[in-house]
Design a protein around this ligand. Structure first.
Ligand code: ADP
Ligand code: MG
Length: 878
């Protein structure tokens, strides 16, 4: 046994040797933290801290049970910490410890949540070229991409946002860029990790990538091309995965290239604004929450990925959509399939655990159970003509049937039902799996049974009633007899311990049995361990096939889920038209609002000739909802889903951009005018004539007139310079005039009924501009006192007519006059006030008048007077 000093000392030595914020060191059945690390986990995880004495000093100490490390690890890495784990292993003389892995946000693998956790690397080995690699270590997904040109970095970041990584490695040239680093940590909210620059060097990286995925892969994907940017990024991810000891490399077999061209650009702001997977306000509802009808974890993961990464690959979208359509048409088969699916495991992650050697008996059992269900799942599809003739018929075609059958057979009859969590607990295998193990089990159980009967036998033989047989750590097996009867024990009993009210004995026979039992226990555990590791390795070898099967099942689940929701909510099959063809939605609805509200459907039509809609209407009439539903329907079509509309024809878009005005966002406490302008700038830089742009109250975060000017100019730019499809909701009534001047801009308004001076919201979108501002009506509705609203009506009428408005004093004396200068947007309190119709004097006049009044005519020479008068004339001219 080590001294306390030894353990604490060892802890600090290990901590010193590794680059990590925290070390968790195994000590028997616990992972322990000492010193500052214990204090840190106390703070972060609320663990209890005790004191450990060592070398005359006391050290804080905290610990978690071996089997419960995972949730603590996750909590720590989610807070941005890098945690090293040291495991204990047996040696000739006792045991030793070594660091086995370093867990970071991107390399955390055992996680109960469904969402993907991407580790990404960006490398820029040459000007204007960025290589991107994204890996999901828990499922073995590995993706690469490249962006080029002046906007390479912006595009790369846009890709980053779509994968929402938890950790990012930046190549040597990129990590110098402070703004980029801030963006990564603040906007993407990912951990920024410094990795040795060598890992990004294209030569070394190419070697690493070839080793992992094979030379042919590099050639077939054209990754050899200088400057080998993708290779640099991929190499860095692989190096990092190896260095942190995640043990997943063997599970990563497939390298997939994602082209910018295939995905719909969707920046983080837009994902947030549209509330795709996360609601904007607490207690709100995200689109995902409403439509998620998946029954498996991989299905849930797939659905959320599809929503966050809409595609514009028509063939792929048609395949998904037609799959959904088939499921909609075959409700019974669909339910049958969902039933089968509801019991399948997360094959990709389970297989990955097998590769890493961390799969427990339950994990292997779950793989087996999932594979047994495959035939039934296939049968459901094959037996329904609707499904069989659709693209669904092919989803499982790509699977390597032979290998899956083989894995299934390997697992058949292996792990018993409801097995233990850990191998150490034993009792893992079914009877009949291994004759040698069975024999050991039989003998072991016979010996145990002998012990079990021993008490009864001895009681009877010696007439002792208070006799029992038990086992503990120090005494091993023993016979315990109450003090009142110890006189009756036979000669053959040897006393081993005397307690307060009883004595413990053993016998030769009992000792012999005990030795047998110990031997059998060890032999049994060893055999089980050997069998299990062997089985796990054999399954691990098939990880890529199992991952592919997992993906296919996830896809089936997602398609069935989309169909289930489409059928329940009355969604329709969108027609997918060529890029840039426009958007034509008949009676569209908002997928989230319709779930809880009697929804009034509205149509929207954007064509190359009428590409820009200005949406006006009073506050709360439904402008924002109309904009968002258009964006969401467009997005759902690019997911492959049905859409909430009577019918829809969607021309493929290359990006969906949204900007929601500061006031709406201020309510959510996270916007400033600067942010609003940055986002507008991003849209104006990125959108093309194949994009859908949603601008909701842009320019609202500043004074009326400059806000309106920005909105005006942005509209012109989107219309003339970019030619994007756009919906612009505004309360600037003035903007509606743009429709008369710009050929592709149209006005629509959300109609209200004004009968009886009250406003009733009709939620109906109609052609043409709203006829005026409704602020005063809303004030009236809100119960603002009548004298105020009546007076407001009068003031408004004066302002509209460009007339001066009098500011009324508090008593009945002469009213004070003030002129509201419409052009300047402000009151001019110094204006002359002599009642009635007088217009404001032109600027500059006043100073001339003042000088004239003060002029002492007698004191001036006539020639000077002439000069002054000429000067005044000039000034008045201006
Ligand atoms: P605006 O942007 O014009 O201020 P919103 O779009 O925020 O208005 O809508 C205001 C309220 O009206 C929201 O609570 C929304 O749920 C509801 N609403 C909007 N459009 C509809 C509709 N077509 N059918 C039913 N309710 C709607
Ligand atoms: Mg609004």
């Amino acid at each position: 046994m080590q001294t306390a000093e030894g353990i604490v000392g060892e802890f600090f030595a290990l901590k010193e040797s590794v680059e990590a914020d925290i070390l968790a060191m195994q000590c028997g059945d616990f992972y322990e933290f000492f010193g500052p690390d214990a204090e840190l986990v106390e703070r972060e995880l609320d663990l209890n801290v005790s004191q450990k004495s060592s070398g005359g000093e006391k050290y804080p100490m905290a610990g978690v049970p071996l089997t419960e490390l995972t949730p603590y690890l996750q909590a720590l890495v989610d807070r941005g910490y890098r945690v090293a784990v040291a495991d204990q292993y047996e040696t000739e003389d006792g045991h030793a410890r070594e660091i086995t892995r370093v867990v970071t946000p991107g390399t955390l693998i055992d996680t109960p949540d469904a969402s993907a956790r991407y580790l990404m690397a960006l490398a820029s080995p040459a000007e204007n070229v960025i290589g991107i690699a994204a890996a999901e270590l828990s499922t073995g997904r590995f993706l690469i991409a490249r962006t080029t040109g002046e906007k390479a970095l912006e595009r790369a970041l846009s890709t980053c946002h779509r994968y929402d990584p938890v950790e990012i490695l930046l190549g040597p040239t990129l990590r110098e860029k402070d703004r980029l680093c801030r963006h990564v940590t603040e906007q993407i909210d990912a951990r920024l990790t410094e990795l040795d620059a060598d890992a990004f060097a294209p030569g070394r990286a190419a070697h690493t990538v070839a080793e992992q995925f094979g030379r042919e892969t590099i050639e077939s994907l054209g990754l050899d091309e200088e400057p080998r940017a993708e290779v640099a990024a991929a190499g860095a991810v692989l190096t990092y995965a190896r260095e942190t000891g995640s043990g997943v490399l063997a599970a990563m077999a497939r390298l997939t290239r994602i082209g910018d061209a295939e995905e719909v650009a969707l920046d983080l702001t837009t994902q947030r604004n549209l509330e795709l997977t996360v609601p904007m306000t607490e207690g709100g509802t995200a689109l995902f929450d409403v439509i998620d009808r998946t029954v498996t974890t991989p299905g849930r993961r797939t659905l959320s990925e599809w929503l966050q990464r809409p595609r514009r690959d028509r063939e792929l979208l048609v395949e998904r959509r037609d799959g959904v359509e088939a499921f909609v048409a075959a409700p019974l088969a669909r339910e049958g399939l969902r039933d089968e699916l509801s019991d399948v495991g997360d094959l990709a992650r389970l297989a990955n655990r097998a590769v890493r050697g961390s799969a427990d008996p339950r994990a292997l059992r779950s793989i087996g159970e999932t594979l047994y269900r495959l035939p039934a799942i296939e049968e459901v599809i094959a037996n329904d003509p609707e499904l069989a003739d659709s693209p669904l018929g092919n989803v499982l075609d790509e699977l390597d049937r032979d290998i899956l059958v083989q894995v299934g057979e390997t697992l058949d009859g292996a792990i018993r039902e409801d097995p233990p969590r850990t191998i150490q607990e034993g009792d893992i295998f079914q009877r009949g799996y291994d004759p040698e193990l069975d024999k050991l089990i039989d003998e072991h159980e016979a010996a145990l049974e002998w012990i079990q009967r021993l008490a009864a036998r001895e009681q009877e033989r010696h007439g002792i009633t208070h006799l029992q047989v038990d086992r503990n750590r120090t005494d091993g097996y023993y016979i315990q007899v109450g003090n009142s009867e110890t006189d009756a024990v036979p000669q053959s009993y040897r006393e081993i311990k005397s307690l307060k009210s009883s004595k413990r004995y053993t016998t030769d026979e009992l000792e012999a049995r005990e030795r047998d039992i110990l031997q059998l226990e060890t032999a049994r555990a060893e055999r089980e361990h050997e069998l299990f590791v062997n089985l796990r390795d054999r399954i691990g070898e098939r990880a890529p096939t199992l991952q592919a099967a997992g993906r296919a099942l996830g896809k089936l689940d997602t398609l069935a889920a989309l169909a289930t929701h489409a059928a329940a909510a009355g969604w329709s099959r969108p027609e997918l038209a060529e890029p840039g063809a426009g958007i034509d939605i008949e009676d569209g609805r908002h997928p989230v609002v319709e779930a809880t509200t009697e929804f009034v459907p509205n149509s929207v039509r954007l064509t190359p000739e009428e590409a820009f809609l200005l949406v006006t209407g009073p506050n709360m009439s439904g402008k924002s909802t109309y904009l968002r539903q258009t964006a969401l329907i467009t997005l759902l079509a690019h997911v492959g889903s049905f859409v909430p509309a009577a019918s829809a024809r969607i021309g493929l878009v290359d990006g969906i951009y949204t900007r929601v005005g500061a006031l709406d966002e201020l309510a959510h406490g996270r916007s400033t005018f600067m942010v609003e302008m940055q986002e507008l700038s991003n849209i104006l830089h990125s959108a093309t004539d194949e994009s859908l742009v949603i601008l909701d109250e842009v320019g609202r975060g500043t004074a009326t007139f400059d806000g309106m000017s920005i909105a005006w100019a942005a509209t012109e730019y989107l219309h003339n310079g970019i030619g994007a499809y756009a919906l612009f909701a505004t309360h600037y009534h003035e903007l509606t005039e743009l429709a008369d001047r710009l050929p592709r801009v149209r006005n629509v308004h959300v109609a209200v009924d004004e009968a009886g001076g009250d406003v009733t919201f009709l939620r109906r979108v109609k052609p043409g501009p709203a006829n005026r501002s409704y602020g005063i009506h809303v004030a009236r509705l809100a119960g603002v006192p009548e004298p105020v609203t009546d007076r407001a009506d009068e003031v408004l009428a004066q302002l509209r007519a460009d007339n001066p408005v009098e500011a009324r004093g508090g008593d009945d004396t002469e009213p004070v006059q003030a002129v509201f200068d419409v052009a300047a947007g402000e009151f001019r309190p110094d204006a002359t006030a002599d009642g009635g119709e007088q217009q404001g004097v032109p600027p500059g006049t006043e100073s001339v008048l003042a000088e004239l009044r003060e002029l002492e005519v007698e004191a001036e020479r006539p020639i000077d007077l002439v000069a002054r008068i000429a000067e005044w004339q000039d000034r008045l001219e201006e």
